[in-house]
Design a protein around this ligand. Sequence first.
Ligand code: S3P
Length: 181
Amino acid sequence: VNGFRRVLLVGFMGSGKSSVGRRVARSLGWHFRDFDEAVEEADGRSVPVIFAESGEDFFRAAEARVAEGLLARDGVVLASGGGWAAVPGRLSTLPPGTCSVWLKVSAELAVERAGRRPGRRPLLAVEDPLSVARALLDARSPLYALCDFEVDTEGLSVDDVSSRVLKLLGRSPATHTAANT
Ligand code: S3P
């Protein structure tokens, strides 16, 4: 896989990071780890409960700690949380050997997918989730765009997106492939 030792999937809530990550890891024979799950295991509470009881800042600190540990591993596919990569500096200081891929999704589809698992996304548990999603996505997109590669997920199945990610791993990040390739 072109010198890469780990894959980091980045993108908004509902972009498919976890489903695609599992599939890609299986194809590569690598381990899969999800930042949210790792936070939940370390803390003993679910993400929505951490937000409700301890607040977002507490969650972000826990997320930063687990991310650092997971990014030190080799032979892993990692699904980051939608907010983790949206902090300036995160994607520009990834350890060598990391292939970062932005899974792109529209605010509309993100909200639709999040609605299929209600209560899991505290940031979208508001009266007008679409407005919140649009504002967050606008603010975050320039940071997500720092990934080595991007794949548009709109209208694609988990299998399709996974195949595209696997194909990218054979390429040099310097070429910065466009969406849909
Ligand atoms: C968040 C995304 C969530 C989770 C938390 C906050 C965000 O992860 O970390 O609810 O700020 O976008 P997913 O992207 O896996 O839904």
